[in-house]
Design a protein around this ligand. Structure first.
Ligand SMILES: Nc1ncnc2c1ncn2[C@@H]1O[C@H](COP(=O)(O)OP(=O)(O)OP(=O)(O)O)[C@@H](O)[C@H]1O
Ligand SMILES: [Mg+2]
Length: 425
């Protein structure tokens, strides 16, 4: 590391800088910068950062790693100035945040930080953030947005038209991928849509995207990510059913969607109580509440599991899924959590003619001591095409085998719920 502020012209150009109140508070960041960049980075204090960014020397900078902790929140103006100046120079900004409040973090991300990594840094997180910077085109040096510019919402958004009456008692159906990319979001979006269109007297269905960081539901249903969602998440105690409904969008007038927020947020931005309140509001106003869960286990996973009627765990026929299932079920049993709510769904399941693979499925279930109750076929490229078009399979590839299976499942859930309701009445 080199102290850039006092730097003599150096043979190795500085391609990056850390900027912080005191870089010694972020010693893991120092290690990671050294690992990724060797000697070609420097560190700057908040005071020196603005001065340096204004100098021609800063032209070699590709990015700055702006490290902020809870104590810096009292002085966000200085930090926001740094972000704006960097952006205006076309220098990318990675935010490293240690115990920054959700509101503070949101403000910094809105000013245009390109990426966000929590501190202490997870293994390889800085490397991944740098790789992401390189894969997006460099921003044109541009006039920064004014500080308080409201994010314009697209006019004529399809919003719910019914009033929150709190007269329902919805069935809660979370969907959790046992490994990345196993198809959880595809399943959640399509299951929600099939339920919302299952019959003439279709139930009222909402889809809640709790995978805040990636938020595939808005991509797969082509819905914008709204600021209103952040407002609810950041202060659930002030939210009520009306504001919750207001933050939702509808897909083809039938499915109500609480998308992920516009910015990539840390999963611990919400507490277990927050999630409890959101599920309460959803349950009171919908017949079915489908929840797209993040793959990561977080503090509020338990809350969702305890509120679930059935908890769908998506997996594939591979060792990665198998090991994660094993670990998760063990953890749930150790904590005496209701593991019996889990319904294992094997996605991209082998065809019934593939006897070898069929027996692998059987062995996998036996060795994990689970029942694999639902098997979903590989739907081929049509599935990704529908997702990329922002349409449920029913609207884009109605005959796709994956769609047929999800449709059948929706029908049986609907019928089951009807008979339970009838039994109650
Ligand atoms: N049964 C299937 N047949 C064919 N393609 C599928 C199937 N299920 C999912 N896909 C495709 O696999 C990819 C990953 O799916 P998806 O985003 O639903 O996974 P995920 O588990 O939510 O991933 P993440 O870990 O990113 O949240 C997508 O491109 C999707 O179109
Ligand atoms: Mg997903």
């Amino acid at each position: 590391m080199t102290s850039v502020a006092t730097l003599q012209p150096d043979p190795a150009p500085i391609v990056a800088c850390t900027i912080s109140r005191d870089v010694q508070n972020f010693d893991l960041l120092i290690d990671d910068m050294e690992l990724e960049l060797g000697e070609s980075w420097g560190d700057l204090s908040f005071e020196d950062a603005l001065l340096f960014l204004e100098q021609p020397d800063s032209a070699t900078l590709q990015f700055v790693a702006l490290a902020v902790d809870g104590r810096d929140e009292a002085d966000l103006t200085r930090i926001t100035d740094i972000i704006r100046t960097a952006k205006a120079k076309g220098i990318k900004v990675i935010l490293i945040a240690d115990q920054v409040s959700p509101v503070g973090l949101h403000q910094l991300l809105r000013l245009g930080a390109d990426d966000f990594v929590p501190y202490p840094l997870p293994d390889g997180a800085l490397r991944e953030a740098i790789a992401r910077l390189h894969s997006t085109p460099a921003p044109e040096p541009a006039a920064p947005a004014p500080a308080s510019a409201p994010v314009a919402e697209t006019p004529h958004l399809p919003t719910p038209s019914f009033k929150a009456k709190g007269d329902r008692d919805g069935v809660v159906l979370p969907v959790h991928g046992m490994a990345g990319g196993v198809g959880a979001s595809t399943f959640a979006c399509n299951l929600a849509w099939e339920l919302a269109t299952v019959a003439k007297d279709a139930p009222r269905v909402c889809l809640i995207d709790l995978d805040f960081q990636y938020g595939a539901a808005s991509t797969y249903l082509d819905l914008p990510r709204r600021e209103a969602v952040f407002d609810i998440l950041s202060d659930t105690s002030s939210a009520d059913s009306d504001s919750f409904l207001h933050a939702m969008l509808t897909f083809n007038d039938k499915l109500h969607v609480f998308t992920a927020p516009a910015d990539m947020l840390p999963l611990d931005i919400v507490t277990a109580e927050d999630i409890g309140r959101i599920i309460d509001m959803a349950q009171a106003n919908f017949d079915f509440v489908v929840i797209d869960m993040p793959t990561t286990i977080v503090a509020w996973t338990e809350t969702v599991l305890s509120r679930a009627h059935v908890y769908f765990a998506l997996m594939e026929l591979d060792l990665r899924s198998a090991q994660n299932v094993l670990r998760l079920v063990r953890a749930l049993k150790a904590e005496a959590l209701p593991h019996e709510k889990m319904r294992f769904v094997l996605n991209r399941a082998p065809k019934f003619t593939d006897l070898g693979a069929k027996s692998r499925v059987k062995r996998m279930a036996e060795s994990l001591d689970i029942d694999i109750e639902i098997q979903l076929p590989d739907g081929g490229s049509g599935v990704t095409q529908a997702n990329d078009h922002g349409l449920p399979l029913a609207e884009n590839a109605a005959k796709n085998p994956l769609r047929r299976e999800i449709q059948k499942l929706a029908k049986s859930l609907f019928d089951l719920n009807k008979s339970v309701e009838a039994g109650k009445g």
